[in-house]
Design a protein around this ligand. Structure first.
Ligand code: ZN
Length: 459
């Protein structure tokens, strides 16, 4: 742990930096609002001109920081152009480290407009929060980098800085890997700060130190060649939806643990996530028992979790008195750090083959795979980040796992194996990223700016 003595340079800098960030904060929030007003969405069905406009607005902001080498870049993947990324650099002084600051400027579509209490693309301040699509995920991440660099500019730091603001994260980063490989030299760095995660809760910062991996796929079950009359033939043969339900039921044991043999799972006792908090955060209805064993944090971060995310069977409206010949279900399986995704997919396949009910024909159509991530929290950059959080928030940060996956983190670790990756965030459990009424807690946002400025100053 770093000393808290008065002469510690980071603490001495903290008051000066905090004053600068506070003075600049109204402008920072206005700039964030201007970014929220541009609906840059990287999905095929949305206007790519708005995404270009979003990249141009970010490039303008970055030019104002005195980073002279500012470019808007994109790469093709099999002839399909990727989203526009903004890359800007300031080289390191000799012998000093280079830090890559990542965020993304594209956002999720707004979804059902009726669910929004205010306009999604008109940022509105209410009760200390800023509401709007992208206000948190991840335009606030961009503004953390911009405001931190602005606060540091007067102090004159000599660390190298590369800003990398991606433009297709919410579309699954389809050209990300190609982008990293194409611009490997431009992006090479010692430390990578990914400002696209969540803090522990309002007032308590978190460094995201582990992410689960992911595999998904579709289970297809067939029992008849074609549909037949349920009165004439029902009884001796079960319909495909029933058999599929029985097969799905084998994927968990009676306690709700994933029952697929051969998956990595372990207990993580470090963080206490009270059950009541989880129930509230996840909106679990009264009387519903939680699934799985071990601590809540383990169940979320270091054990597998399987969800059925879609089923193809006739809808109730279209139902008729026939025995259905086939049915499909899509599963999403989150993987503990240390689990190889290909091994997990093979384990699912073995499980399905062994549990096919009544000899039904079962086939697995594999989908996506993504690696898990585990940070080395003893590394100097991670220690510096934790100390910066401690100073900025005045409270002990949480080393948090995350149940979700950030597939591009695996690409970063594979293309830049030497770099230390720090996953920081601006969200909190109430941010509702990707949902209606997404919002940013402005107090935590201000602390996040200070923490990043302190981190950069201390490297
Ligand atoms: Zn994001």
């Amino acid at each position: 742990m770093t000393s808290h003595a008065e002469e510690h340079p980071v603490r001495r800098d903290a008051d000066t930096l905090r004053a600068r960030i506070d003075a600049d904060f109204p402008r920072t929030v206005e700039e964030l609002k201007a970014l929220v007003a541009i609906p840059g969405i990287a999905w095929d069905s949305f206007d790519p001109a708005r995404l270009d406009e979003s990249a141009a607005a970010v490039a303008d902001l970055v030019r104002g920081l005195g980073l002279d080498d500012v470019r808007i870049l994109r790469v093709d993947n099999d002839g399909r152009p990727g989203g526009p990324a903004v890359v800007a650099r300031r080289p390191a002084a000799p012998g000093r480290p280079t830090v890559l600051l990542y965020a993304h400027h594209d956002v999720q579509p707004p979804g059902d407009p009726d669910l929004w209490e205010t306009e999604p693309f008109k940022a509105v301040e209410r009760d200390g929060r800023l509401y709007g699509r992208g206000a948190a995920d991840d335009k606030a991440g961009i503004m953390v980098h911009v405001a931190a660099l602005r606060a540091l500019a007067e102090a004159g730091t000599d660390v190298g800085v590369t800003l990398f603001i991606e433009g297709e994260e919410e579309a699954g980063s389809p050209t990300f890997r190609t982008f990293l490989e194409t611009h490997r030299d431009l992006l090479a760095s010692d430390v990578i700060v990914v400002a696209d995660s969540s803090n522990w809760k309002v007032g308590v910062p978190a460094l995201t130190t582990s992410l689960r991996g992911l595999v998904d796929g579709t289970i297809e079950l067939r029992v008849l060649d074609h549909a037949v009359h349920s009165g004439m033939f029902g009884g001796p043969v079960l319909d495909a939806p029933t058999l599929l339900a029985r097969l799905i039921a084998t994927l968990h044991d009676d306690q709700g643990n994933v029952a697929i043999d051969g998956l990595v799972a372990y207990d993580d006792a470090e963080v206490d996530y009270p059950e009541a908090d989880f129930r509230a955060d996840a909106s679990v209805l009264d009387g519903v028992r939680l699934a799985g064993t071990g601590s809540i944090a383990s169940r979320l971060w270091t054990k597998p979790a399987l969800s059925i995310i879609g089923i193809d069977v006739p809808s109730v409206a279209m139902s008729s008195n026939t025995i259905q010949p086939s049915a499909r279900a899509k599963f999403s399986l989150r993987l503990a750090p240390g689990q190889d995704p290909a091994d997990a997919m093979a384990a699912v396949e073995r499980h399905l083959a062994a549990h096919a009910p009544f000899g039904a024909r079962v086939r697995l159509l594999p989908g996506e795979q993504g690696n898990a991530f585990a940070a080395d929290t003893t590394a100097p950059a991670a220690q510096a980040a934790l100390e910066a959080f401690r100073t900025a928030w005045g409270t002990e940060p949480v080393e948090a796992g995350m149940g979700g996956s950030i597939p591009f983190i695996a690409d970063l670790t594979e293309v830049f194996p030497q770099a230390q990756i720090l996953i920081t965030g601006v969200e909190d459990p109430d941010s509702r990223a990707h949902s209606a009424n997404e919002s940013l807690h402005l107090g935590d946002f201000r602390n996040a700016v200070l923490a990043e400025a302190l981190l950069l100053a201390s490297l």
